[in-house]
Design a protein around this ligand. Sequence first.
Ligand code: SF4
Length: 355
Amino acid sequence: MIEQIYEKVSNFERINREEGVKLLKEGDFLTLGKLASKIRFKKHPEKVVTFILDTNINYTNVCYVGCSFCAFYRKPHDRDAYTLSISQLVEKIKEAQSKGITTALIQGGLNPELPYDYYLNLVRELSKSTVHVHAFSPPEIDLMSKISGKTVDEVFEDLKDAGLTTMPGGGAEILSEGVRKRISPKKISTDRWLENMQKAHEHGIKTTATMMFGHVETEEDIIEHLDRVRALQDKTGGFTAFIAWDFKKENNELGKIVNRTVTGIDYLKIVAIARIYLDNFDNIQASWASQGKDVGELALHFGANDMGSMLIEENVMREAGFRAQASVEEIASVIRKAGFRPALRTTDYRIIKYL
Ligand code: SF4
């Protein structure tokens, strides 16, 4: 049976949920890598691996949702709670721009005290620079809709008018209601996450899809997640890339009850399964910031064609006790060592220059 699934994948046929679960549970590690690579090279025959130079700015750490896996959020009156003003954000962008970034990934906690205009001004002001504004996630869009009394469609219209063209795929974690109820019961439902994504795509706003694994989910949950984003991609074609990262246990409630650790092998298997299952996604990222440069390098032989971000600032993972830093040259040399030609890209995967 598993051989039949290998055969199907090798012939570039779509696999179903049951086959996906079997592959994830029983698939041979190196065979998965080989199959994922085969698909990668069919989609991207050239031996090029891209990455982006960006900054990740979190405009507030105040959040009422309190997800159990999150080490980043604060209550409004906590001593280290903060919300950046628009002018502080502009300053941060200027500083990052002087280091050569092309994109600003902007997300925040769900802070109900922020007025609707804050989000529109943020996009408007930051869009005045030459930096591409890649901002917000489906839960933030939902909050904007609530505080403004506008529909999600109207929120997207306003954000587009302000200058928003792309959005990151945060807040997905695992798109399975059972998992969501356990790790983030106050966050929007999986259906709502997908509905908001669909609306973004319908408004011409391209997004990524993400997944955070390695906590309470099962293999079935992982495949359910992949299946739901694949189904949405069939409908809209609005996802530019898929990014998986593993749960970090430090400084959060969920970490106290999860006793498994995601190894490099676990991570690579997920990258390969994502490449195999998500047959309608062009780009699969190797999140080197999550697993380190060595695993990132190997991921390029497990279906990934992109090294993701060279982050200038990353508060969320830093709060969870995880720091991964690298210079452009280091990432380029990791890509070369893996046998590929490095290239800097834009948010919509156009190559800026080869390195
Ligand atoms: S993950 Fe996001 S929504 Fe959840 S507590 Fe952290 S900041 Fe809030």
